[in-house]
Design a binder for this molecule. Sequence first.
Ligand SMILES: [Zn+2]
Length: 141
Amino acid sequence: MNKSYTHKRLTEVGLKVTQPRLAILKILVESKEHPTVDDVYSKIQKSHPGISLATVYKTLETFTDTSLIKKVGSRESSIRYDARQDSHSHLICIKSNKMLDFHDSELNLLIEEYIKKKNIDNFEVQNIEVNLYGELINQKY
Ligand SMILES: [Zn+2]
């Protein structure tokens, strides 16, 4: 992942390019772990030791508002951030709090067809993302 990608992404959404923003976005783009605000905060201390938790939090909110990243996880206490742009589901371990990407086009098709049949009033489904909560049994990740 080169520096120009994060630079380009910030510019694309109309954000001013600053070193902390570049560094925070880089952490998110390179991470497969769906970091929490605390994870990002501890990682960024290596390159930007002076940065405050409030700044990290504010930056993540700005990124979310401009759709650079999205919040994942339904529980308010375990909000995580995801820089992946494509629609995808997650496997969430309730013990370790790990969150893994989960792709299953067959599952999405099943849900899409089911929802179509259901014909929900006054609502059009545009995107399906499923959170599966459970326990990682084989900790190979
Ligand atoms: Zn994800």
